[in-house]
Design a protein around this ligand. Structure first.
Ligand SMILES: Cc1ncc(COP(=O)(O)O)c(C=O)c1O
Length: 457
């Protein structure tokens, strides 16, 4: 550990205060408040400028699958930077990105064998959506452009992906492309009321069908959905939801895009969750985050050969897929992603998640007996604990958000970072986490919830 990393070793805090504009910046406080300064990480732990240790509950931003400080990744990055640090994807290729595409295509379901690389998750989803425009224009169907998405989903921060993100908090004071988008209900069980799961599913499917009818099937290009709504609060749909929706998409020639930016690369115990966990083979899968475990930025999408066959070769009509980024298939990011996949394989992390995920679920479920917990949900190594100040109530109000804010603060003071989303504490630790570290995480969370409940009464 580098002990030179101490408070005044850096002018980082002062520079941040003066010069950084951060995501989710509260503008009234611009230049007055600064977030905690992290200096390094080891395994599942983060360290701040005073040397304090925290378990990284959300794995950064659901991305640090293999944890911090892996020499293999640092070496792969350094070696590739010395060998070939950049090449233009407009007129050349590089070995790492070609190998990575082939390796990802082995893991994707169905015929999703062609990969386009991007700079992160937003650009992956944006590219998927632009692909659907391109596809329908080449097929001579310029009217087929509407995108159906779910309320409370999250898909990114470009204008189009932000427009597709149904979390209302994302919108105020930004313009959105709402003429292109149609929202349907989130498959969130709190909307289920007294209906059985099967009846709830049936209603969701019928809502999807009637939305298509209302717009006109010839005008609907795509359905875009996360397998589980991650930032929307780890919302797990009723069993069979995705397969039913996909069947309707097929009958209307609507492209089904599965946004696996959070769920891919082991989070749910599989390389991709769509087919193996959620029973659907999509037309396009987007991914990012766990692809490089956050060591360097990169994202991408896998596209079905069947779709591409309809608009390539003789069917291409002279078209060019002109969407692209300077850093598409970046050699250094690709080398990091290959090394990351090696670690996931060599350390048996998919099997580990399947096993340790059961323990994680048990430990979180143990919190459900606390009076201020409304619900606990888990899938693999992603989980959510929902705090409520009045037992039995399912829709959060300001007092619940206040309670969760205190839980969050107490967790941080006790050495655990959680991801607070409204009244929910979301956990998605690095996939390398062991039972002892899960115990440490859950013990801190339990004590924080109990003390926060007393403090806010
Ligand atoms: C499901 C989903 N899609 C897309 C994105 C956007 O990814 P990025 O922040 O890498 O642009 C996110 C980010 O959290 C996400 O959760």
């Amino acid at each position: 550990m580098d002990t030179s990393l101490r408070p005044n070793a850096y002018p980082a805090t002062e520079n941040a205060r003066k010069h950084l504009l951060m995501p989710a910046e509260e503008m009234s406080k611009l230049g007055t408040e600064v977030r905690p300064l992290l200096t390094h990480g080891e395994g599942v732990y983060l360290f701040d400028e005073s040397g304090r240790r925290y378990i990284d509950g959300p794995a950064g931003m659901w991305c640090t699958q293999i944890g911090y400080g892996r020499q293999e990744i640092a070496k792969a990055i350094a070696d590739q930077a010395m060998k070939l640090s950049y090449n233009s994807p407009w007129y050349t290729i590089n070995s790492p990105s070609s190998e990575l595409a082939a390796r990802i295509a082995e893991k994707t379901p169905g015929d999703l064998n062609r990969i386009f690389f991007t700079t992160g998750g937003s650009t992956a989803v944006d590219t998927a959506l632009r692909f659907t425009e391109f596809y329908n224009n080449v097929l001579g169907r310029p009217e087929k452009k509407k995108i159906i998405v779910r309320k409370n989903g999250y898909h990114g921060s470009t204008q189009l992906t932000a427009s597709c993100s149904g979390r209302e908090g994302n919108w105020p004071n930004f313009d959105i492309a709402n003429d292109r988008i149609k929202f349907i209900s989130s498959p969130d069980k709190r909307h289920r009321g007294t209906r059985s799961e099967a009846a709830f599913l049936q209603d969701l499917v019928e809502e999807f069908e009637s939305t298509i009818d209302e717009i006109g099937p010839d005008k609907v290009a795509a359905f875009l959905a996360e397998p589980l709504l991650a930032s929307g609060g780890v919302v797990i749909p009723p069993r069979g939801y995705h397969a039913r929706i996909k069947a309707i998409c097929e009958s209307h020639d609507i492209i089904y895009i599965s946004d696996e930016v959070v769920t891919a690369f082991g989070r749910c115990g599989e390389w991709f969750a769509s087919e193996k966990v959620f029973g659907v083979v999509p037309d396009i899968i987007t991914f990012a985050k766990g692809l490089t475990s956050g060591y360097v930025p990169m994202g991408g999408l896998a596209i079905s050969e069947r779709l591409l066959a309809r608009i390539s070769g003789e069917a291409a009509n002279g078209s060019y897929f002109t969407n692209g980024y300077t850093y598409t298939g970046h050699p250094v990011s690709s080398a990091a992603a290959l090394a990351n996949m090696d670690v996931i394989e060599n350390d048996g992390l998919l099997e580990h998640v399947r096993k340790v995920g059961v323990y994680f679920a048990e430990r979180l479920a143990g919190l459900a007996t606390l009076p201020s917990i409304w619900d606990v949900r888990t899938a693999g190594l992603i989980g959510c604990v929902e705090c409520i100040t009045e037992p039995g109530r399912t829709f959060a109000d300001e007092s619940d958000k206040r309670l969760t804010g205190v839980v969050d603060r107490l967790c941080f003071e006790r050495g655990l970072v959680v991801r607070p989303i409204a009244n929910m504490c979301v956990l998605s630790p690095p996939l390398t986490i062991n039972r002892q570290e899960i115990d440490e995480m859950c013990d801190i969370l339990r004590s924080a919830i109990m003390d926060a409940t007393t403090e806010t009464q």
